[in-house]
Design a protein. Structure first.
Length: 283
């Protein structure tokens, strides 16, 4: 099955890349968000800002049950639970991430409010309509969007909101950028890139009504320079872990993204309608 293969590829990628991710991002495996391109926001703050952009949009509160699809090692799920009072269930397809996320929740005294489970996002082990809200921060990038969004719609209750950070294409794709995108896709085990305009119909087909689609590229673009700096600072350790070739592939990709541009960065929210959409009339 295609989806199963994609999930296993992403799984293998994260198992292998975990040390690098912890070195680049700490407990938040995602881009940073800077309110203004050159403000004084530190990288750590920017990483939390991105999570907060999602938390603000999902609008969860005490008593809500929130799904974190593709939870990494738990930074965002724990932050969401702490700041909103909601109960969060994080899923990832990588066992070591679940172990680390669970340990982190315990250390941060949040174990009563956050739980983590190993599962494939395309076959969630939860009943229909069992969540009030869902977040997906840079996890849909690895999945076939259509089945992943349908699965989210299935487990959301009517009226439930999904807030997500994803990649998309919005600006013109030059031949140079096309090469960078292909490389990015191969190196980071990404799924296909979709144009921003394709998201509304894709969401509707999955049973979700688009609420907001924001091209946030300008807010996150400093992240790549941060990866560069962090990688340089931890070069010996990372070279020992990955080998010279693998690491220079990643550094080459960072350079290419800075020079030619990578995918655009999309923050979107969508809502499961309270009453199901009537079946399309194909007559
Ligand atoms: N949202 C987290 C992690 C982002 S990294 C954060 O912001 O920190 C992407 C995450 O998606 C990883 O945890 C990866 O294991 C997970 N993932 C990718 N494909 C998946 C799949 N098919 N099922 C479950 N999790 C998946």
């Amino acid at each position: 099955m295609i989806t199963e293969t994609a999930s296993r590829k992403a799984q293998a990628y994260y198992e292998q890349a975990e040390a690098m991710y912890v070195s680049l991002y700490g407990p938040n495996f995602h881009h940073g968000y800077w309110p203004l391109p050159d403000d004084g926001t530190t990288y750590e703050q920017a990483l939390d800002n991105l999570t907060d952009q999602i938390i603000d949009r999902v609008g969860a509160g005490q008593g809500d049950r929130v799904l974190d699809l593709g939870c990494g090692i738990g930074g965002p799920a724990i932050r969401l639970a702490r700041t909103t009072g909601a109960h969060v269930v994080g899923v990832s397809n990588v066992a070591t991430q679940i172990e680390q996320a669970t340990a982190r929740a315990r250390t941060e005294n949040m174990a009563g409010q956050v739980e983590f489970e190993q599962a494939d996002a395309l076959e969630l082990p939860f009943p229909d309509e069992s969540f009030d809200a869902a977040i997906a921060i840079e996890s849909l990038i690895h999945m076939d969007r259509a089945p992943a969004l349908s699965e989210i719609a299935r487990v959301l209750r009517p009226g439930g909101v999904l807030a997500a950070a994803d990649f998309c294409l919005n600006a013109f794709v030059t031949p140079e950028r096309r090469q960078v995108l292909d490389r990015y896709r191969a190196l980071d085990s990404l799924s296909s890139f979709h144009r921003l305009d394709d998201f509304p119909p894709m969401l509707r087909d999955a049973g979700l009504e688009p609420v907001e689609l924001l091209d946030a590229s300008g807010h996150v673009e400093r992240s790549v320079k941060m990866w560069w700096e962090r990688t340089e600072a931890d070069l010996e350790n990372l070279t020992n872990h990955y080998g010279k070739q693998e690491l220079s592939d990643f550094i080459g990709l960072f350079d290419d993204v800075i020079t030619h541009g990578g995918p655009e960065y999309l923050i979107f929210t969508a809502r499961k309608p309270r009453t199901p959409r009537p079946a399309p009339d194909h007559a």
